[in-house]
Write a protein that binds this ligand. Structure first.
Ligand SMILES: [Fe+2]
Length: 326
């Protein structure tokens, strides 16, 4: 067995060197992340891909610096290796979408605008698409333009956070479930959205998901809540909110976190089935342009039943993430 494969997933911390390709996978000390260097993602061979995928399962978040030749097609091809694309916008064609505060006329989004409010909402710790019937498997961001200060992305290892809990707490959490809603999380951040079939602001209902997720490939357990989660079944709303807030406050701390300071050409990929992430604030008069790809979860393990969301104006349950307008 090569180093970094399943027997040591999430635990092994020594560098892995792929001698045939010279690719180096090296943990970032004091964090759950690893850096992958001496690899060109635009020209990835099968051996390197296999090593990368095992490292993705092991670490949960991988940084590929200086991928300056990675264009939109190259990123889509890399993302497609992880699974099917999520189509998060009707305009999306292929595997990538702009995650940017800039508009088509070159100006930056301002307070009060939809684009601004969605980006600011993402400053809370979360897992992607848990508010959709089918949650995300993985996601990646590629940096094109970054502000002079701030605008980092934080990552937190929810497997390590679960491992840190005492057995009694683990036992109490294991049978609990909570609803997930983007309406809820955006309202908590101070932004109100109406139902209009934009991704997340839909009439499909609020998915009900277990608080503790067992990873479908590694078998490891992790805390699976984040900013979209609310209304633990069987608890009053205040008690539920206190518990969900405490879980995140305790979990998202060093050494379980990695805060990535972006440089143009960086690509970061993470496993949404065991990591939380968040954007970090910056002076929004500066442009920040990232190219994102979101990979759909497996229906066997990331599809959840939905229930009426009182913040939406309609409830038309479906197991599809697709917008009826797209
Ligand atoms: Fe996100």
């Amino acid at each position: 067995m090569k180093s970094g494969q399943n027997s040591s997933i999430g635990r092994k911390r020594s560098p892995t060197v792929n001698l045939s390709n010279t690719m180096i996978i090296e943990p970032i000390e004091g964090t759950p992340a690893a850096t992958v260097t001496d690899v060109d993602l635009a020209r990835l061979n099968e051996n390197s891909w296999q090593e990368i995928y095992q490292a993705f399962l092991q670490y949960g978040v991988l940084l590929f610096p200086a991928q300056h030749e990675l264009d939109d097609v190259g990123q889509s091809n890399f993302a497609r290796r992880f699974g099917n694309f999520e189509k998060t916008s009707p305009k999306q064609d292929g595997g990538t979408v702009a995650i940017a505060n800039t508009k088509s006329n070159g100006s930056v989004a301002k307070p009060g605008e939809y684009q601004y409010e969605l980006l600011r909402g993402n400053e809370g710790w979360h897992t992607d698409s848990t508010y959709m019937p089918l949650a995300s498997k993985a996601a990646m961001l590629y940096a094109q333009v970054v502000p002079p200060e701030g605008g980092e992305t934080g990552f937190a290892d929810m497997r390590a956070a679960w491992d840190e809990l005492d057995a009694e707490t683990q036992g109490k959490l294991e049978d609990l479930s909570a609803y997930h809603s983007l309406y809820y999380s955006q309202r908590n951040a101070g932004y109100q959205f109406s139902t209009d079939n934009l991704y997340g602001f839909h009439d499909k209902g609020a998915p009900l998901r277990p608080l503790i997720k067992t990873h479908p490939e590694t078998g490891r357990k992790s805390i699976y809540t984040g900013r979209h989660a609310y209304g633990i079944v069987g608890m009053d709303p205040d008690e539920s909110e206190q518990l969900l807030t405490k879980l995140m406050d305790d979990a998202c701390r060093p050494p379980r976190t990695y805060i990535h300071k972006w440089q143009p050409g960086d690509l970061v990929v993470w496993d949404n089935r065991c990591m939380m992430h968040c954007a970090r604030p910056y002076d929004t008069q500066y442009p920040r342009v990232l190219r994102g790809s979101r990979i759909a979860g497996d229906e066997a393990t990331e599809l959840a039943p939905t229930f009426p969301d009182k913040r939406a104006t309609a409830f038309n349950p479906t197991t599809s993430n697709q917008s009826s307008l797209s």
